[in-house]
Design a protein around this ligand. Structure first.
Ligand SMILES: Cc1cc2nc3c(=O)[nH]c(=O)nc-3n(C[C@H](O)[C@H](O)[C@H](O)COP(=O)(O)O)c2cc1C
Length: 310
């Protein structure tokens, strides 16, 4: 870190070296990222979603590039809680960064069971509650669009999260995201992350079939960035700032300048997802770029930038 420059942030009571995370589902459990960059350069790392039972995910093809972003319908494929505890926690214990575990489930009991076990593990800094995956048939999206269910699931998971902060990840596929954000806060969320992917479709005009076996998928990458920035700014102004709840902004962040847009819009932290596929070191480069921006603009603490939109 440069002299006279502080890029640390306080996020829901956790002190982070810098505001940059990697987004859930795009960098595995950190083992996939470590050959390409020093994971300790990050403010934090978010694991792939973990569910109580292992999940195979959806049939292939489940990823397709479009002209304007990536479409995926992975369907929360993951190794399940038991293997996560045996195989991945030892790796996580070695990481010198704040690790958030992303929680997935089909019922409230599933989410509670996973959280209860993980709450006892010191190496985990916090949780991200995924109630917004568009690619699973049950659970997922229905939780994420109904304010009553959001408040309820947040309340149940918060009860067993111990002293670890609970961040709720919001779907953009709703009429008014401030309503769902407020529901999560009412349920006891310590932070909100937004956004998850946008439900979308690509069609093969020769076969006249959807390209993805699941028919639809979630659109991510630069195509969604301006919408995500708008949604972060809306939630910040209407709900999060008045309630004193910090936001993590994500959706199409590829460069430090993208990250700064989200921070000016009201995010305290940011997460880098799809950009890590073509450039696995993107998140570390974004940390450096944020430092450069602060130096060039005479900013001594990155905290000054949150919500500093004129
Ligand atoms: C291949 C892929 C897998 C993903 N898996 C998960 C997941 O397991 N849990 C989750 O909460 N979000 C998941 N996401 C959503 C990302 O965390 C992020 O919200 C979204 O991609 C928008 O950010 P981006 O445009 O920077 O990728 C996934 C996204 C992609 C592209």
């Amino acid at each position: 870190m440069r002299k006279n420059l502080d890029i640390s942030v306080d996020f829901a009571g956790i002190n982070l070296k810098n505001p940059v995370f990697t987004a859930s589902g795009t960098c595995g459990y950190a083992d996939e990222l470590s050959p390409f960059m020093d994971v300790a350069a990050l403010g934090g790392f978010i694991t792939k979603s973990i569910s109580l039972q292992p999940r195979k995910g959806n049939p292939t093809p489940r990823i397709v590039e479009t002209d304007a972003g990536m479409l995926n319908a992975i369907g929360l494929a993951n190794i399940g809680l038991d293997r996560f505890l045996d195989e991945k926690i030892p790796l996580i214990e070695e990481l010198d960064t704040a690790v958030f575990v992303n929680l997935a489930g089909q019922t409230i009991d599933d989410y509670v069971a996973v959280t209860e076990k993980l709450a006892k593990i010191d190496a985990i800094a916090g949780f991200e509650l995924n109630i917004s995956c568009p690619n699973v048939k049950k659970g997922g999206i229905t939780f994420g669009t109904d304010p009553e269910q959001i408040e309820n699931i947040t309340k149940h998971v918060k009860k067993v999260a111990g002293n670890k902060p609970l961040m709720v990840k919001l779907t953009p596929t709703v009429t008014d995201i401030s309503v769902t954000a407020q529901a999560a806060i009412d349920g006891g969320a310590d932070a909100l992350s937004l956004v998850n992917t946008f439900t979308a479709m690509a069609i093969d005009i020769e076969t006249r079939r959807p390209v993805l076996a699941n028919r639809t998928g979630g659109l991510s990458g630069p195509a969604i960035k301006p919408i995500a920035v708008y949604l972060v700014n809306k939630v910040y102004n209407e709900v999060a700032k008045p309630a004193g709840i910090p936001l993590m902004g994500l959706g199409g962040i590829t460069t430090a300048s993208d990250a700064i847009e989200f921070i000016l819009a009201g995010a305290t932290t940011v997460a880098v997802g799809t950009a890590s596929f073509p450039n696995p070191a993107a998140s570390a480069q974004i940390v450096e770029g944020i430092e450069n921006y602060c130096v060039e603009h005479g900013i001594s603490s990155v905290k000054e930038l949150t919500g500093a939109l004129n």
